[in-house]
Design a binder for this molecule. Sequence first.
Ligand SMILES: O=C(O)CCC(=O)C(=O)O
Length: 267
Amino acid sequence: MLTQEQIKTYNEDGYVKVEGLFTPEEVEELGSEMIRIIGDWGEETIGWRGPWREKYLAEDEQQATKAVLMHNPHFYSATWGRVMFNEKLVGCVQDLIGSSVQWHHTVLHAKPPERGTPFPMHQDYPFYPHDGLDFVDCLLHLDDTPLESGSLCVVPGSHKDGGLEHIMGPETAPHLPTDVYHPDRVESIPIPAKAGDVIFFSYCTIHWSNVNRTDKWRRSVRFGYHDSAMRPVGRYDDDPYRIDPNNVLEANTNTIVSGYKANQAAN
Ligand SMILES: O=C(O)CCC(=O)C(=O)O
């Protein structure tokens, strides 16, 4: 499914964009099902909360952005159930991390027109830490996403540092400290995309995205898959999605950083 060149790009840069992986018909079906379930069940919010907003947005915009984020769309729609096992999507993930792949999550991300929410620089790792590196996030675009609509921006090669310490807490979404990691300080590459394109990126790749300032929706969906031998960290044994406050994330962060370095040395 993926070329050797694409696999090499993912390994070296921590991401790869695959153009036109989904056909216009598939995009149309997913897009209309997304609109239906958001209309029935979704809720508009300002997007991720936290102190990072002061560093990414002008004062009058800080509480005025818009987002519709919805987890588990397969609870509401068979179309969204089937796509979790889409052979093209899962085939690309297998090319990147091996044949034994486990689905982890699906979350719809819609940035409404005008002030669709930004996302601060972060890794996805602290949202769902696991004890290894073979965790791929896949951002499927359901609309054309030029730079002005808040396309995904990544820091190439940043996955090689493994899991980093994030600002965490009940009042904020996990994000990297803004005095060090901010688009004004750390160079990142925007990845404009067309509807049907998928960006595959490591859960340790630093990424962010800006406000959607266009007059059109910017709809996308993130799927997460990992090597089935990997186990969640800091979660209850009987519920891998529920945080266990007695289990610490920092210990795992060090483990996976040194794991990555050991891997590199061995290769
Ligand atoms: O959709 C975006 O622009 C960013 C999404 C993101 O940060 C994420 O999926 O972790």
